[in-house]
Design a protein around this ligand. Sequence first.
Ligand code: GAR
Length: 192
Amino acid sequence: MKPLALGILGSGKGSNCRAILESIRSGALPAEARVVISDVLDAPILEIAREFSVPNAYLPPGQFRTRLEPAVEVELAQMLHDAGVELIVLAGFMRVLKQPMLQAFPRQIINIHPSLLPKFPGLEAWRQALAAGEKITGCTVHFVDDKIDHGEIIAQREVPVLPDDTAETLHARIQVAEHELYPAAIAQFCRG
Ligand code: GAR
């Protein structure tokens, strides 16, 4: 079976990217990471790409805070296209994608979010779940559309909220679940 060509986008520490790259390396995930791209110059996710010898790039995002400048987004789509990417995996990518990317890659962009969507879209979803007094939260893999943390759900995993949880302990527990769920969800695409 031909490995599925992935493009991974992230803005931060890259633990989901690491889980995906480890899953590929172990042979559990029949995929190939073609490129890792970040909108943050010194994001650890780029260091992880180098550790795994995956081509990587910093893409200067332009003047906006929550999205890419349109010309930059066109450039991003071109980079992913040139790398032969078949599935785009958002792994802590903190910018909303717009039409240039959504049109170039219809139903080929997925995201992971640290809540049971549709509950708690947006920033620090684990903190939102804690503040709301939830007993169970979790993580969601979904197709990306033009709204924040929104789109058809592909897979979810529940995670308990424990009585003495802090934001940090809860996020750490959710991330353990993310690191299993994301490679497993990508494997579904490898099987077509
Ligand atoms: C993850 O918890 C992911 O679910 C979240 O950012 C974190 C990135 O961690 N994404 C969102 O909140 C998207 N709205 P990582 O850089 O260690 O993979």
